[in-house]
Design a protein around this ligand. Structure first.
Ligand code: PBG
Length: 358
């Protein structure tokens, strides 16, 4: 009988040995970025149905939440705003006294050491819920396009009767970014997937003398079914059509590398892959090929899915919260192992507690 020559299990035999051979550094709260929803015109926090434990906060609660995050050791938040007023061109997004601008100011005044990242997009601010300026395709009327809840335009197999005007949109994205910079933001995160958005923002920041505001580019953002709970939370579902003409097709990976290359050339300080679960190959490839600071966004649907798993699968005697904790640590470590330096996750606060009591 032949005995195995290489004894893999020798490296796994006990905790001390496993630690010696551990290749990926342990997960740290320092890797985390916590998302936060700020809503205009509410007086107390609103629960988000599909995301247990996650809330829309009124402006007055923002500093308290930010402090909680900072004291848990998490070094950064990413802000999303839900305005009272929506219109065709998302004007609330760049309003001097917009909800995100006020939140940035409040946090940077009271918790200055917390890095404030602000998502730069239009979908929460436009009446149609798309991430850019909508124009009719020649031969179609704009009134049809503006119609709420019209499911007719742009079902998959039909030619859409509208398009997103890329170059008009990036001008607005630049304007939003500058207004965030004026409010004191540390980092802006363009997520509209428009061509040239990073360059337009970089130029505008330089022209307005904000050279130190950093850009975290949502470079490889896929059109994903994982965003549904977010769209509830941010009140931003497209009223017709989908986002497939700007977000990436999940059959593609070379394109993700190119998107990241382009964003770096345009002036990004960090690039991002989104979603994270199911996209570890993209995280891995971008890190391998570009060797550039890389974030991944473990999105709302991933969070909702794990919460559901924890609720519905009480495994043996271990209990659901233990299962939830082990699964989250497993997945987040996997993102890090794949190559992510920073992880945006709705689990940031909970995981910070778990890591502390480990
Ligand atoms: C804005 C934006 C979205 C997310 C982050 N920024 C939604 C979308 O593209 O529809 C999704 C985040 C999540 O699901 O947690 N464009």
């Amino acid at each position: 009988m032949e005995f195995p020559k290489i004894r893999m299990r020798e490296r796994r035999k006990d905790p001390a040995t496993r630690e010696k051979f551990r290749q990926t550094q342990e997960l740290s709260v320092k890797n985390f970025i916590m998302p936060m929803f700020v809503k205009e015109g509410i007086s107390s926090r609103h629960a988000i149905k599909s995301m247990p434990g996650i809330y829309q906060y009124p402006l007055k609660d923002v500093v308290v939440e930010a402090r909680k995050i900072y004291h848990a050791g998490i070094p950064a938040v990413i802000l999303f705003g839900i305005p009272l007023h929506k219109d065709d061109c998302g004007s609330s997004a760049y309003a001097e006294d917009g909800i995100v601008q006020q939140a940035i100011q409040a946090i940077k005044t009271k918790v200055p050491a917390l890095e404030v990242i602000a998502d730069v997009c239009m979908c929460e601010y436009t009446s149609h819920g798309h991430c850019g300026i909508i124009k009719p395709v020649i031969g179609h009327r704009l009134s049809v396009i503006g119609e709420k809840k019209s499911r007719e335009p742009n079902t998959e197999n039909r030619t859409p009767n509208f398009y997103i005007d890329n170059d008009a949109t990036i001008e607005i994205l630049a304007r939003i970014a500058v207004s965030y910079a004026r409010a004191g933001v540390d980092t802006v995160a363009p997520s509209a997937m428009m061509d040239g958005q990073v360059q337009a923002i970089k130029r505008a920041l330089m022209a307005n003398k904000y050279p130190r505001v950093k850009i975290l580019a949502y470079s490889a953002k896929y059109a994903s079914a994982f965003y549904e709970p977010f769209r509830q939370a941010a009140e931003s579902p497209p009223q017709f059509g989908d986002r497939k003409s700007y977000q990436m097709d999940y059959h593609n990976s070379d394109e993700a590398i190119l998107e990241a290359h382009l964003d770096i050339a345009e002036g990004a300080d960090m690039v991002m892959v989104k979603p994270a679960l199911g996209y570890e190959d993209i995280i891995y490839r971008i890190k391998e090929e570009l060797k550039f600071p890389l974030a991944c966004y473990s999105v709302s649907g991933e969070y909702a899915m794990i919460k559901a798993y924890a609720r519905f699968s009480v495994l043996g005697s271990r209990g659901s919260s233990k299962t939830e904790k082990s699964l989250v640590l497993e997945l987040l470590t996997g993102f890090k192992r794949a190559g992510a330096d920073r992880i945006i996750t709705y689990y940031a606060l909970e995981t910070a507690k778990w890591l502390k009591n480990k």
